[in-house]
Ligand binder design. Sequence first.
Ligand SMILES: [Zn+2]
Length: 370
Amino acid sequence: MKTYKYPLGKQSNTIRIGNLLDDMWQVHDYFHKWQDQRYREGLPYADYHAMSAHLTDLKQTTHPHWNALPSQAIQEELIRIDNAYVRFFKKLGGKPKRKPRHKFKSITYPGSAGWSLKNNRITITFRKWEKGKWRYDRVAYTFHKHRQWHGTIARITIKRDSCGGYWLCLTTTYTDFRPLPATGKSVGADFGMKDAYLTLSTGEKIQHPQPLKQNLNKLRSLNKALSGKQKGSNGWWRCVRQIARLYREVSDQRKDFHWQLASKLCKKFDTIVLETLNLDGMKRLWGRKVSDLAFYQFVEILRYKCSKHKRLFKEINQWTATTKPCSTCGFHNENLTLKDRQWTCPECGSDHDRDINAAINILRAGIAVT
Ligand SMILES: [Zn+2]
């Protein structure tokens, strides 16, 4: 499965998509509340089929206006809720949360009903009650088709972002698989907070652009401007949107850097070994910087890239000793502290850079596991 994401153009009729999302939120809101209430009354959990039956009831009695909503998209929303609860019961996730309206951001059309695609235009079918019967209203939207999709489209999702823009996501059955020629090289990589973002066992150090840090002053002054404005006024909204746009810019820059770095590593090496990170511990120590560096996002991108290009991706346990052993003779330097960036092995006398030494040890541990 591969998803392609296209921005929808700014058109006056996108407001209908916004309204549709708000209406779909009502379904989301209703069923979460309903599950909560059933739980409080001691009733058993109502699964997807029970919710679906209840929905049919509602449409015929108290909520006839829900007939105007795309029924497949409602079913999809019920499946989402059911999945969230099933995960919760299996202790895989937290208690499902009801989203406030402005955080309800996407609807999905499974299959091919309710929409049609032609070139760079998508036509969405809205239903409306007119002169005693249901009528269809087909509204076309153009999107910026910056690349062609491959495979057959399994589902489409329409998303709204916090900057007020709309996006079309096409999920296709296409699997992106483009093996790269073997290079015969392996690499160990050590994540760092201080000297470099990523230190490779080849001795290369890669710096992170830290987009949030770069934009912190801008963000602070915008937040200051926001606090001086009257909540809900035009100026306040303008400011809210500016902040949202800045955040999007920051996250786009970060993502761009991560994709390029992952791509570079995949081109150069057959095997890539990383150390599993203890993110919670790092967050406690370093705070905002950890979020700005977004290690987890990078690992996920690298994992995807490796499977696409047929590279071996290995993660070694975070309890494996990688910092203290000397990579030349294996001597454990117990006197090593966090401050020591450079050290000399008392056993064999080789000079080490702390991070490069760790990266070499990570590579060695990864190869030993394989
Ligand atoms: Zn040594």
